[in-house]
Design a protein around this ligand. Sequence first.
Ligand SMILES: Cc1cc2nc3c(=O)[nH]c(=O)nc-3n(C[C@H](O)[C@H](O)[C@H](O)COP(=O)(O)O)c2cc1C
Length: 173
Amino acid sequence: MSDAAESPTNPQHFRKVFGHLPTGVVVVTGRSLDDELVGVTIGSFASISLDPPLAGFFIGRASRSWSLLAARGKFCANVLAASQTELCWRFAKDAPDATVGSRFDGLEVGVSANGSPVLPDVVATIDCDVHAVHSFGDHDLVVGSVTALRTLQTDVPAMVFVQGKTGDARIIS
Ligand SMILES: Cc1cc2nc3c(=O)[nH]c(=O)nc-3n(C[C@H](O)[C@H](O)[C@H](O)COP(=O)(O)O)c2cc1C
């Protein structure tokens, strides 16, 4: 029997246990209908299907960024390099007084095939059109049709995230 502190309905406990599971880190970027740059750090991004090519992620339904990206129906997953810890936290921070676009301040941003922002020095980009959205609890599962994908840096390790810290995906045995 688990006590209340170890219950699945205790968010701290839920986060702590899932924090042992390493994930990759992407910044999902896009543009709002007003052409504002949008970007949010996501650890749940994964490939879903090869034929047809589908990929997706889970995002909190309260997310400001997601409501802006959903309106446009396109996004780009920017796969972060192990060294890009600052970008990981920058695009995860709440900025209630600022516009979502302020997360891009000072960055030299490129443009992906579908017009989404490409962050500097990322390992790869995956462009998607929103194909389907399904709600589960307090999150949406966003399924994207992959329309373009590129490796931008072959000799740079991708980031992993585990127990609240960033690390290097190539330090594996
Ligand atoms: C490494 C990492 C991974 C994250 N993964 C997710 C995720 O998969 N889904 C999600 O909804 N939030 C995730 N977050 C939290 C969001 O980045 C954070 O809540 C952000 O402030 C949401 O911004 P928004 O309100 O502009 O959408 C993650 C944060 C970090 C640091």
